[in-house]
Design a protein around this ligand. Structure first.
Ligand code: 5AD
Ligand code: SF4
Length: 440
């Protein structure tokens, strides 16, 4: 048995990175690493990075500057960069920050142990290939440690859509889906370790098209129905979806599959057809609204969430107004909104940029509207009965916190149940980012 070393992983960006960070931790267990919560005593620091907006990428270099200081007290410390910045910038990272020992792209995590060994020999390790072997297969043999009641499970990676603003097709590569059986096996393994709710992850999750159990290609709805059969798995979610891949059977699953939760993250980005076209989204505001109508017909109480970009090149006040109009019509329970950020190498980077102050002002207006909707929806929950999957004790004594079907955080006082339990609660109060409920 190798001596124990400490691994500190800092995760940026999306949920796929959260999942990948766990897998990286497991990949390095074989080399004698246990994860630690602080960089202070670490033998290896890994930054699992995000490249989606400029700010996210720039943050990495300032963080690397801080992490480098730990090498003064610990000359054996190795520093690595993983994730999408690693994929996009590769060796350039080591040039800009020579303290970096290792750079690994999202498709190469199964080679981490080898790469770590290389750094121990005093060499630099770099791998940003898109290899053909299944990285998840190599990473799967892990110990049966107890898990939290909720977990992520990556089922699909990459994107073929090429929205004009987005780096994902370049950093994560082409769409690829894991076979159904492997996903089901992983889900069963998670359930054995205490997981009750699984969120299926993919950059374009509803474009899932994996090898099915019968040898045919299966879509996301078929995968969900297969997971529905897993005893002990109580809840299924999936994210992130594209409007163009919302097939009928997936909409029907929202009507008939009781384990599938009534929450859907369906980014639209803009409400202006002119801008949507310039974004290469290949849907219109109208087709998006009709789609939501169909989804709500199948599952009337579904909570909608979305992503918005303001200040996309050439966006006028009228275009922006169309986005506000669309938001008014949809009524979102959650939304993520971003000011357009130029990504070198993407088509939109070459176009006339919107004035920064103008874009900031639009972002504020949009966020104010979203916030109002969010609060209205949370207020409308008061008096209603929800089912809460308890996750952990709350701040106050006797209090537990969990999530409702709609992904609202719910605090329950005087709660006698345990993490992992599903309890019925009546909502008594809506506060800024959560709800308070009482057990019924
Ligand atoms: N600028 C701003 N926001 C972006 N997103 C993706 N690329 C950019 C960009 N260049 C947003 C989109 C996407 C979310 C994950 O990030 O809204 O849905
Ligand atoms: Fe990026 Fe568009 Fe693909 Fe989403 S669908 S990952 S926004 S290119």
């Amino acid at each position: 048995m190798a001596e124990t070393k400490k691994l500190f992983i800092k995760t940026y960006g999306c949920q796929m990175n959260v999942y990948d960070s766990e897998r990286m931790g497991e990949a390095l267990e074989a080399s004698g690493y246990v994860t630690t919560q602080t960089p202070d005593d670490a033998d290896m620091i890994l930054l699992n990075t995000c490249h989606i907006r400029e700010k996210a990428a720039e943050k990495i270099y300032s963080e690397l500057g801080r992490m480098k200081a730990h090498k003064v007290n610990n000359p054996d410390l190795k520093i690595g960069v993983a994730g999408c910045v690693a994929q996009a910038e590769g060796r350039e990272i080591m040039r800009r920050q020579p303290a970096v020992d290792l750079v690994v792209g999202p498709q190469s995590y199964h080679r981490l142990a080898e790469m770590e060994a290389k750094t121990r020999r005093g060499e630099k390790a770099l791998d940003t290939d898109f290899p053909i072997e299944d990285k998840f297969e190599v990473l799967k043999n892990r110990p049966k440690a107890r898990r939290a009641p909720t977990a992520f499970l990556t089922v699909q990676e990459g994107c073929d859509k090429f929205c004009a603003f987005c780096v994902v097709p370049y950093t994560r590569g082409a769409e690829s889906s894991r076979p159904v059986q492997r996903i089901v096996d992983e889900a069963k393994d998670l359930v054995e370790r205490g997981v009750r709710e699984i969120t299926l992850l993919g950059q374009n999750v509803n474009a899932y098209h994996g090898a099915g159990i019968d040898g045919n290609e299966w879509g996301l709805a078929q995968l969900i129905w297969e997971l529905d059969k897993v005893d002990g798995l109580e809840r299924i979610r999936f994210t992130t979806s594209h409007p163009n891949d919302m097939q009928d059977d997936l909409i029907e699953a929202h009507e008939h599959c009781s384990k599938l939760m009534p929450y859907l993250h369906l980014p639209v980005q803009s409400g202006s057809d002119r801008i949507l076209k310039r974004m290469n989204r290949s849907h219109t505001a109208e087709s998006y609204l009709r789609l939501i109508e169909r989804i709500r017909k199948a599952r009337p109480d579904i909570l909608m969430s979305g992503d918005f970009i303001v200040g996309f090149p050439e966006e006028t006040e009228a275009d922006f107004q169309a986005t506000l109009d669309l938001i008014e019509e949809v009524r979102y329970g959650y939304a993520y909104s971003f000011k357009y950020s130029t990504r070198p190498g993407t088509p939109a980077a070459e176009r006339a940029q919107v004035d920064d102050a103008e874009a900031n002002e639009r972002l504020q207006r949009l966020q104010a509207l979203i916030f109002r909707q969010q609060m209205e929806i949370q207020q409308s929950m008061v008096g209603r009965e929800v089912t809460v999957l308890l996750e952990k004790p709350g701040r106050d004594s006797g209090q537990m916190v969990g999530k409702s079907e709609y992904l609202h955080a719910v605090h329950i006082n005087d709660c006698t149940a345990q993490p992992g339990d599903l309890v019925k609660a009546r909502i008594t109060e809506a506060v800024r980012n959560s709800l308070a409920g009482a057990m019924v």
